[in-house]
Write a protein that binds this ligand. Structure first.
Ligand SMILES: NC(=O)c1ccc[n+]([C@@H]2O[C@H](COP(=O)([O-])OP(=O)(O)OC[C@H]3O[C@@H](n4cnc5c(N)ncnc54)[C@H](OP(=O)(O)O)[C@@H]3O)[C@@H](O)[C@H]2O)c1
Length: 271
């Protein structure tokens, strides 16, 4: 039997074990995926221990994604993003970041074209970094707005080396949204337990906007409710979670996992 795991602290809330175990079961693979609580101080030993024990692969979550860069050999994309969420042991210990691909695939899955589009990205944390680098490399023009403006400015500067990126003033949200095709919330606003929070209201949203909230707990966030009220197309955070997991699954096993099985497992748990 092959073991896989997610390391983090806290980690008991992670949906990755349910999602990956459902995929392994559906494919009849002799594999199990578990959550392990690991502190940043123990991360080096945990990753090397999993390698020595013959694990098939790992995911990393808060607060370990940045620390892992010093421990694994990161891909160029993981290095640029500054965080690792997937570790593979086939050839050495390689660190990937599949969050940006997860967001890209969630948009594609909903028939949303990225190339040439104006994207307003709210947030400048770990997830926002992954999404910004990915979408700019796919030809979008990305405006980043964040509560702490300095973080948006420095992220925009880094990302603009790869394509079109700039920082926007979050106090000027309505204007920024008017000039956008796609709005992505990559802040934690609206996440459980503060489920009634949104800094974007329906009066700021136009009907041609695509509103993608990467927060997946709850699935129907206040932002998505505001967007629906305005008649805009909405995408919730579940498919990004599924696609980033599916990318990790492919890296580890070389197999395409059943996306519908993974999505069902996640949605049932969140319902
Ligand atoms: N669907 C998926 O697959 C997926 C993947 C990754 C993350 N997520 C979700 O994405 C969210 C962000 O994750 P992360 O890892 O990027 O977190 P993070 O690194 O801690 O970044 C949090 C971001 O949210 C902003 N923020 C937090 N509270 C705010 C508030 N009250 N008002 C305005 N801005 C606020 C922060 O702004 P400052 O810079 O000013 O602090 C920062 O930009 C979480 O809800 C997470 O669950 C979903």
């Amino acid at each position: 039997m092959k073991l896989f795991g997610v390391l983090g602290d806290p980690v008991s809330h992670s949906l990755s074990p349910i999602m990956h175990n459902a995929a392994f079961k559906a494919l009849g693979m002799d594999c199990e995926y578990h959550a392990f609580r690991v502190s940043p101080e123990s991360l080096h030993d945990a990753i090397h221990g999993a390698h020595a024990l013959g694990f098939g692969g790992l995911n990393l979550t808060i607060p370990l994604k940045e620390k892992a860069l010093e421990i694994v050999e990161p891909t160029d994309m993981a290095k640029q993003i500054g965080a690792v969420n997937t570790v593979d042991f086939k050839v050495g210990i390689v660190g990937y970041n599949t969050d940006g691909l997860g967001a890209k695939m969630a948009l594609k899955d909903n028939g949303v074209e990225i190339k040439g589009k104006n994207v307003l990205l709210l947030g400048a944390g770990g997830a926002a970094r992954a999404i910004a680098f990915q979408l700019v490399s796919d030809g979008a023009s990305v405006t980043i707005a964040n509560r702490t403006p300095g973080r948006a400015i420095s992220l925009a500067k880094e990302v603009s080396r790869m394509g079109k990126a700039s920082a926007g003033d979050i106090r000027n949200l309505k204007n920024l949204i008017q000039n956008s095709d796609i709005l992505i919330n990559s802040t934690s606003i609206g996440m459980f337990p503060k489920v009634s929070e949104s800094i974007v209201t329906s009066d700021m949203i136009h009907r041609n906007l695509v509103v993608f909230d990467i927060v997946y707990n709850p699935q129907n966030t206040q932002l998505l409710r505001e967007a629906k009220k305005a008649g805009a197309k909405t995408i919730d955070g579940v498919m990004m979670l599924v696609y980033q997991g599916a990318e990790a699954f492919k890296i580890w096993t070389g197999q395409n996992p059943p996306l519908d099985v993974m999505e069902k497992a996640v949605r049932e748990k969140l319902a």
